[in-house]
Design a protein around this ligand. Structure first.
Ligand code: MTE
Length: 300
């Protein structure tokens, strides 16, 4: 697979200022599936202390259920997520509808503790369960002329009250460049803290790209299309001046309404200290080579 990383980071490669990836096996797992842990952990591991379940699941953005941070927890309960399938089409050898249960049975489920950075300058740390997007794309067989991956969220206004308003152009769509999609840090999450992912966090499966701002992590995915041209993305369509295609966490490029230089970790109380935001959200060693030679101020 041309795009896949062959390099795997070992603990012995760790230095004080480097992040490291630490894989270890857990004895207990999600119902019957092998579970291993991958932590991309900065030297100051306190900063990767996971947030409480309540922080993660009761304060978030999912505009299909309303624009308030508490709306998803309030209104996402009635979303039906069974049965669920993902249509994978475009430049793949095996296009079609992939049943969620079939996908799960073929994937290696891991726990990954990732830092999350919202464009509104707050952050949190989430212990996700899921699998690499690359493994799902391999199932469908990516063709060599595919350069981008487009994602689409469910459109079901009868269960998603926000879709009866025009805050965004529905369905929610996102995109990644092929090498970003195939990067081993890019995952499809199906759980949090070893439990099924709650509806408000994007059940039954959503994207997590830890070096990008949170809005790139599209929820409740029903369609994945491999294509040659760069796909449109919801926030870029809504406000191109504020939201670019790449949306890599970058303390040097301010969002017009929020400085991106620092962040406050959720759950630390009102007086929690702001911390400097790290380039690529702290995953610089793992991903900076993807953007070598690119002007990241222009391609924000
Ligand atoms: N996906 C869909 N379908 N609809 C949305 O409104 N919001 C995005 C992103 N994914 C959103 C979405 C934004 S703005 C953020 S900050 C993250 O989801 C929040 O992810 P979380 O629920 O894991 O905190």
């Amino acid at each position: 697979m041309a795009y896949r990383w062959s390099a795997s980071l070992k603990e012995r490669d760790v230095t004080d200022e480097h992040l490291f990836i630490n894989r270890r096996n857990l004895l207990s797992g999600l119902s019957g599936v092998g579970l291993s842990v991958l932590m991309a952990e900065p030297a100051f591991s306190k900063t990767l202390e996971p947030n409480a379940w309540e922080d993660i699941t009761e304060y978030n953005n999912y505009y299909e259920f309303g624009t308030g941070k508490e709306d998803p927890a309030k209104f996402a309960k009635r979303l039906t997520t069974k049965p669920w399938s993902v249509k994978i089409d475009g430049l793949v050898d095996r296009p079609g509808f992939y049943a969620f249960e079939d996908i799960l049975s073929k994937m290696q489920i891991e726990e990954r503790i990732y830092r999350f950075r919202c464009v509104e300058a707050w952050s949190m740390v989430v212990p996700w369960n899921g699998f690499e997007l690359a493994d799902l794309l391999d199932l469908a067989g990516v063709q060599s002329n595919a350069r981008f991956v487009a994602f689409e969220t469910l459109y079901r206004p009868s269960e998603m009250r926000g879709q009866n308003t025009r805050v965004l152009d529905w369905p929610y769509v996102e995109g990644l460049r092929m090498d970003e999609a195939m990067h081993p840090l890019t995952m499809m999450a199906t759980g949090i803290y070893g439990r099924d992912i709650p509806n408000q966090n994007g059940a039954p499966l959503r994207l997590v790209v830890p070096w990008k701002y949170g809005f790139k992590s599209i929820k409740s995915i029903v369609k994945i299309t491999l294509m040659e041209r760069q796909p449109p993305t919801s926030w870029n369509k809504a406000n191109a001046r504020e939201y670019g295609f790449y949306s890599n966490v970058n303390p040097e490029v301010d969002h017009p309404r929020w400085s991106q230089a620092s962040e406050r970790k959720l759950g630390g109380g009102l007086f929690a200290k702001r911390e400097p935001t790290m380039k690529f959200n702290g995953y610089e060693n793992e991903v900076s080579m993807l953007y070598k030679g690119m002007n990241l101020r222009k391609h924000f």
